[in-house]
Design a protein around this ligand. Structure first.
Ligand SMILES: NC(=O)c1ccc[n+]([C@@H]2O[C@H](COP(=O)([O-])OP(=O)(O)OC[C@H]3O[C@@H](n4cnc5c(N)ncnc54)[C@H](O)[C@@H]3O)[C@@H](O)[C@H]2O)c1
Length: 558
């Protein structure tokens, strides 16, 4: 049989392990674990080396006692699929398998792998046999069947259920299993517990599994590590012993002195806390969508309105939603809640109104950007079909390179469907995999947002331009989609010069102040923006002034 390979995003090639490699790998692990146990260290297996697991593994491996001695030895466990195997050898070289804007991520991974020697990665599930604690950081997705209707969808628990079965087949009975994955509320007790218990009974183990849940609040960006280590945690165990163990573990690895731990009675409460927290955030963002339209149609600048309201301390968490709400969590987590109510807890009635509505609004908000783009071009007498459109920013929030479910993706897909030619610039994103690998990322074509649009094939060739000057050359429209710091101070004169003449400008995130908007109009551009109804007023003022000046010119010529 031909060997299979796994390629890292930067193109490095790694050969997948063969059956004969497994016993040797297990012997290597046993040797290391014996040495580490002799040093009094607890053995922690982190299952799933994705965005969360890879950094959590390093945070645990970096933990130390009052004398500065490491207290844990961490084995990062990643399944050896062609898609993901590369993460294992990369981590063993001291390189994090996730890219981050936080310089502490590579430093910490390198320190733990190379200097402290408290972190390794493996592909064999046998690692679980050596664990005192297993931290589960595999994905649990929510698959939507249509765009803008979260009710039509289902939790995709396959990876999680498989992982739990493997855990139950391998761990010693006294191992603590800590689920960090965001799950449908009820999963720890009603899905995970029975799966592991069944595996235990098959192995003749009489004791019950020690299971706990504690969700991650990790935020991509420059404080990535701190958002795991120096942040408040919520946790809960299935019984007293599991709760005692999870509290002890988290106190040893997380900065709970400064960021106290909240211990809830049951895992379903910890699971619900995560879903409610994110549904709340999704809701306050969605709430402003209708006011954004109101503002556009009635001469109101919603950005200034929000600033005025936020002065009041009770309302200072109001946030302008930009072109849709992306990231891995907010678009899906409420869906897991709805799904759990029906499929885990067996209720038939529709109690959820606000949560699904918020997700549906957020999931479709960016489509309106395509309308604004079309209208701005129309005001300039140019059709959207074949127009050259530049989207500034591919990620879902400012100054990060995370593109998962970004509003920009939908803007590109919709405008492409309408016949526009798309370009994209993002200083933080080298490859926009949602397009370059749209048939396999995320997960499979069944997960790609491509499925909701027609004529998407050519978007496979979309490449992220790093040179802004080149990106702007010859375009008809600029869409300011993300508030990256690189875009905040762009000078209208420069932009128009680089574009080669007047263009349409669409401001999705309140990037442009009134002076810039005015200048764009003076330069003959058309400006539109999400929630920015006052641009019409600025346009009228500029046009009036230009007309006045022209008339005055005519009179002097008379
Ligand atoms: N990314 C975030 O910003 C964020 C924030 C808070 C919470 N979370 C939650 O954390 C969880 C993990 O998210 P993520 O972003 O790290 O996902 P991810 O897809 O980046 O990582 C999951 C990893 O698990 C691996 N995996 C799957 N099955 C496995 C198995 N049987 N054995 C070993 N490895 C396996 C996958 O190959 C992948 O590498 C999710 O529930 C997510 O909702 C994520």
């Amino acid at each position: 049989m031909m060997p299979s390979y796994s390629f890292s995003p930067t193109g490095e090639k790694f050969k997948l392990p063969e059956p004969e490699d497994y016993p040797k790998e297990f012997d290597r692990l046993k040797g290391l674990v014996n040495e580490q146990k002799a040093l009094g260290r607890e053995i922690v297996v982190v299952m799933g080396l994705g965005f969360v697991g890879a950094v959590m593994a390093a945070v645990v491996a970096d933990a130390q006692d009052g004398n500065g001695n490491p207290t844990k030895f961490v084995i990062g466990m990643q399944r050896p699929s062609t898609r993901s195997f590369w993460k294992t050898p990369l981590l063993n070289l001291g390189i994090p398998p996730v890219s981050s804007e936080d310089p502490e991520v590579p430093l910490m991974v390198n320190r733990c792998v190379k200097e402290k020697k408290t972190l390794i990665a493996t592909y064999t599930y046998d690692a679980l046999k050596l664990a005192n604690v297993v931290v589960v950081d595999v994905q649990c997705d929510y698959l939507k069947e249509s765009l803008g209707n979260v009710r039509e969808g289902q939790a995709d628990m396959k990876a999680l259920e498989e992982s739990l079965e493997i855990i139950g087949q391998n761990i010693p009975p006294e191992t603590l299993v800590l689920i960090e994955t965001t799950v449908a509320p009820g999963t720890t007790e009603q899905v995970a517990y029975p799966i592991i218990k069944k595996m235990f009974r098959r192995r003749g183990i009489e004791s019950d599994p020690l299971l706990a849940h504690s969700f991650e609040r990790v935020m991509p960006g420059k404080n990535y590590v701190a958002s795991i280590r120096d942040f408040w945690r919520v946790c809960s165990g299935v019984n007293e012993e599991a709760t005692r163990r999870v509290v002890k573990f988290l106190k040893e690895v997380i900065n709970t002195e400064k960021y106290p731990l909240t211990v809830l009675d049951r895992p379903i409460e910890s699971e619900t806390a995560k879903i409610v927290e994110n549904s709340f955030r999704a809701t306050i963002l969605a709430f402003l969508d209708e006011w954004s339209l109101f503002a556009e149609r009635n001469g109101v600048d919603l950005i200034k309105v929000i600033q005025a309201i936020k002065v009041r301390p009770t309302h200072n968490n109001m946030i302008f939603p930009g072109p849709g709400i992306g990231g891995y969590c907010l678009p899906k987590d409420g869906g897991l809640g709805l799904w759990a109510y029906r499929h885990i807890h067996g209720f038939e009635d529709e109690i959820f109104k606000i949560t699904p509505m918020a997700i549906d609004i957020n999931d479709t908000r960016s489509l309106h950007v395509a309308h604004l783009t079309r209208d701005a071009l129309r005001n300039m007498g140019r059709p959207i079909a074949s127009a050259e459109v530049l989207v500034l920013g591919a990620s879902y929030r400012e100054d990060v390179g995370d593109t998962r479910y970004s509003g920009s993706e939908l803007i590109v897909r919709r405008l492409s469907e309408m016949g526009a030619e798309l370009r994209v610039h993002d200083p933080y994103v080298l490859h926009w995999w949602e397009f370059e690998k749209q048939d396999e990322y995320p997960a499979a074509s069944s997960h790609s947002l491509k499925r909701f649009f027609r004529g998407q094939e050519k978007l496979k060739d979309l490449r992220v331009e790093q040179d802004l000057k080149k990106a702007l050359n010859g375009i008809d429209v600029v869409i300011f989609a993300v508030r990256h710091k690189h875009y905040l101070n762009l000078d209208p004169d420069e932009v128009v010069k680089m574009a080669g003449g007047p263009i349409a400008i669409v401001d999705c995130f309140g990037l442009l102040d009134d002076n810039k908007i005015k200048r764009y109009f003076e330069l003959g551009c058309e400006v539109k923006g999400l929630g920015r109804g006052h641009v019409k007023r600025i346009k009228d003022q500029v046009r009036l002034k230009t007309r006045g000046a022209a008339q005055a010119g005519l009179r002097t010529e008379d």
